[in-house]
Design a protein around this ligand. Structure first.
Ligand code: GDD
Length: 322
């Protein structure tokens, strides 16, 4: 069996490749990368996966990639995934995410392939959630609060539509926040952990810069998340949408306090106005019962472990760079 991961050099993509290599020996792993992609997340498995150069925005490259690989499973993880960048460059986020996925779908049709394809949708799609709507079910209205989210709603609905129109075996996973080692430095857990690691190393003054600490998010370790993606393509129902969540919410303030508690030096917290968003999603806590029922998935890694591993990842990176 062949699995193609779009965005294999990224955070979730590289962890998914690790999972498939370790736990699914019958699966051959292929991944797309762009000519300028950084490969540090996959250096350790370069000799065990097959890389194909492709750019989501270029239909020709997607068509030839699918013609070459002819995958049984596609994990579509490549995207512009940082919410604040979507306010700075909305059109870029919309075209990369929406057109990119359309290219994959149309290439599948043109080549008459029939893969099971997982679409990385997002809990952010729920956007403005009312207090009586948590934990959030898949049936909750979608009230987008950023251009990024509009792109994810479009990806989600396109997958639904291609399933209805052409029988495409798309499975939509609405992933709630996931984090862990290799997470890009712009995202909250990694950003706080990298600042703390640099403070510990004496590279910056003992002041950590933060944005909105009142937001509530539902975190899953990335290693549990990618296991869920595999269960999604092997056990869930094509055409359906599933929340992948821990079901537990924590404030970003609590996340920060737990990270600071792991740090070996005292730090001051300072709000950086540039980190505040035009509209932040206030509360995201998911109801995962539909996915658990379909697949038996349960998150296994405690969040304190995830935080400790993330901080250790940054400590090692900072030490390497010094
Ligand atoms: N990035 C960042 N940096 N976020 C901060 C900071 C900071 O210094 N301080 C507070 N926050 C708050 C944000 O305002 C937000 O409420 C929360 O921390 C999480 O921010 P991110 O880590 O940037 O993630 P996100 O929730 O916006 O989006 C992530 O999760 C989505 C799934 O729910 C991304 O991975 C998306 O791609 C994904 O769809």
């Amino acid at each position: 069996m062949r699995a193609l991961i779009t965005g294999v050099t990224g955070f979730a993509g590289s962890h998914l490749a690790d999972y498939l290599l370790a736990e699914q020996p019958r699966v051959e792993v292929f991944g797309t990368y762009r000519w300028r992609s950084r490969t540090e997340n996959i250096e350790h498995i370069m000799d065990r996966i097959q890389l194909v150069e492709a750019d989501l925005r270029d239909y020709t490259s997607i068509h030839s990639t699918l013609a070459e690989v002819r995958p049984d499973f596609i994990f579509h993880l490549a995207a512009q995934s940082f919410v604040p960048s979507s306010w700075r460059s909305p059109a870029d986020t919309l075209s990369t995410n929406i057109e990119g996925q359309t290219h994959i779908f149309e290439a599948i049709r043109a080549l008459e392939l029939d893969p099971v394809i997982q679409i990385a949708c997002s809990s952010e799609e729920y956007g403005l959630v009312h207090p009586d709507e948590t934990p959030i079910k898949e049936t909750n209205p979608l009230r987008p609060l950023s251009p990024y989210v509009v792109s994810k709603v479009a990806q989600d609905l396109l997958a639904y539509q291609y399933h209805q129109s052409y029988g495409l075996r798309a499975i939509r996973t609405r992933g709630f926040n996931h984090t862990g080692p290799r997470r890009g430095e712009v995202f909250v857990t990694s950003n706080f952990a990298s600042q703390l690691a640099r403070i510990e190393a004496g590279q910056r003054e003992p002041k950590i810069k933060v944005g909105n600490l009142d937001a509530v998010r539902d975190f899953t370790d990335v290693r549990d998340m990618v296991r869920a993606y595999w269960l999604a393509v092997t056990k869930a129902t094509p055409g359906e949408v599933y929340n992948i969540a821990s079901g537990k919410g924590i404030t970003i303030r609590e996340l920060l306090d737990r990270l600071i508690a792991l740090c070996s030096v005292p730090v001051e917290v300072e709000t950086d106005p540039a980190r505040l968003r035009p509209s932040d999603v206030a509360v995201l806590v998911g109801d995962n019962s539909k996915f658990v029922q379909a697949t038996g998935w349960q998150p296994e890694i405690p969040f304190d472990q995830t935080l400790a591993d993330t901080l250790d990842f940054w400590r090692a990176k900072v030490a390497r760079e010094a």
